[in-house]
Ligand binder design. Structure first.
Ligand SMILES: O=C(O)CCC(=O)C(=O)O
Length: 349
């Protein structure tokens, strides 16, 4: 040890003689402790592992980064539609204003029966005017077959469902399969059991086919209309329902009350509150409610003692689709083209 100290002292004196300060001499590479080979190997292994994680999790793609982001925040990348949570208020602020003619003449929500598809199309289908069709479930077996137990059996082992939308409302469920694992007494709404209400869109094609064996396209929908393939199911107990909101979907929709009864509160969009009325309606078992949920703010409340079960879907006609397509795609494309032409024309003048 003493010999080493003497040697170091000599080296430092030599360095000083060569014009280096003591601290510069200490910083010389030769004066530093050589790195141990184990440290180097550890660093290389860590680097390889980091690279492997980047490749495996595709962290060089937007999809990979989004998935990692959601995983970090404890969100499910297949169950959540958006990586970054968009507060409701942001949607309301950026929503294009509604033309209030769609609600100005709605003084009450009408109840109709035996309505022809032509009359339905002219008066209600795409006018924004909500309507209740009372004799709507002709030849449907769904009201007799659909129950909590039926859906539990249907979704047992369904993997596709995890990719679909699920609304837990005020319950603690995060996935549909958790709903079907609740105790029998709670599912059957026994006294003293915690109430529950959930909604989901069906993504399982096999389940969809079985569901559709028990109902058909509502008879009043226009002949050329298409029932969208995604079924929406809402199920739960008295006193629960959906909070007040407006949707951001593509089309109006129908909802069939297969069991129980549900109150709907409809509010006009805020820009129309001085021109349009709000409404309260109860949809009873056997009725179908047709509503453009993109226009009307709506909330629901189960009012029947027994379970409420509804099924619904969006609908549109080829004409409506073309109209939407032309206003959303073709018109902006045309305007852009016209702008370009004008630019070229002005440039040449
Ligand atoms: O049926 C319900 O309780 C809620 C339905 C709803 O909010 C919707 O379809 O947007």
């Amino acid at each position: 040890m003493e010999a080493a100290r003497m040697r170091l002292e000599t080296i430092l004196l030599d360095a000083q003689a060569a014009g280096l300060s003591r601290s510069e001499a200490v910083r010389l590479a030769a004066a530093r402790r050589p790195k141990h080979w184990r440290v180097k190997i550890c660093r290389i292994v860590l680097l390889i592992m980091a690279l492997a994680i980047v490749v495996k999790a595709k962290l060089y793609t937007i999809e990979g980064i989004t998935t990692a982001w959601m995983w970090y925040y404890g969100r499910h990348p297949t169950a959540d539609k958006c990586a970054v949570w968009m507060p409701d208020v942001a949607y309301h602020v950026f929503r294009p204003p509604v033309d209030c003619t769609v609600c100005r003449d709605v003084h009450q929500v009408e109840r109709v029966y035996n309505i022809t598809p032509e009359e339905f199309e002219t008066k209600y289908a795409f006018s924004g005017r909500p309507v209740i069709v009372s004799d709507a479930m002709k030849n449907w077996t769904a009201p007799y077959i659909f129950s909590f137990g039926f859906f539990r059996e249907l979704y047992a082992g369904s993997k596709a469902q995890d990719r679909c939308q699920f609304f837990a409302y005020k319950t603690n469920f995060s996935f549909l399969w958790e709903v079907f694992e609740m105790p029998k007494e709670r599912a059957e709404l026994h006294n003293g059991q915690e109430p529950w209400y959930v909604g989901w869109s069906n993504c399982d094609e096999e389940v969809g086919q079985i569901i559709r064996d028990h109902y058909s396209k509502p008879y009043f929908l226009p002949k050329n209309s298409e029932n969208k393939n995604t079924d929406w199911i809402f199920m739960g107990s008295k006193g629960f329902g959906a909070h007040m909101h407006v949707d951001n979907v593509n089309n109006p929709s129908w909802q069939a009350q297969l069991a129980g009864a549900k109150n709907w509160t409809l509010l006009p969009p805020p820009e129309c509150i001085y021109e349009c009325l709000s409404h309260q309606v109860t949809i009873n078992q056997g009725e179908i409610f047709v509503l453009d949920t993109n226009i009307w703010y709506h909330s629901t409340l189960i009012v029947s003692d027994g379970i409420s079960i509804t099924i619904g879907a969006e609908f549109c006609t080829t004409y409506f689709l073309l109209h939407e397509l032309s206003s959303k795609l073709l018109v902006p494309a045309y305007l852009k083209l016209a702008g370009m032409m004008e630019g070229i024309f002005n440039f040449n003048r």
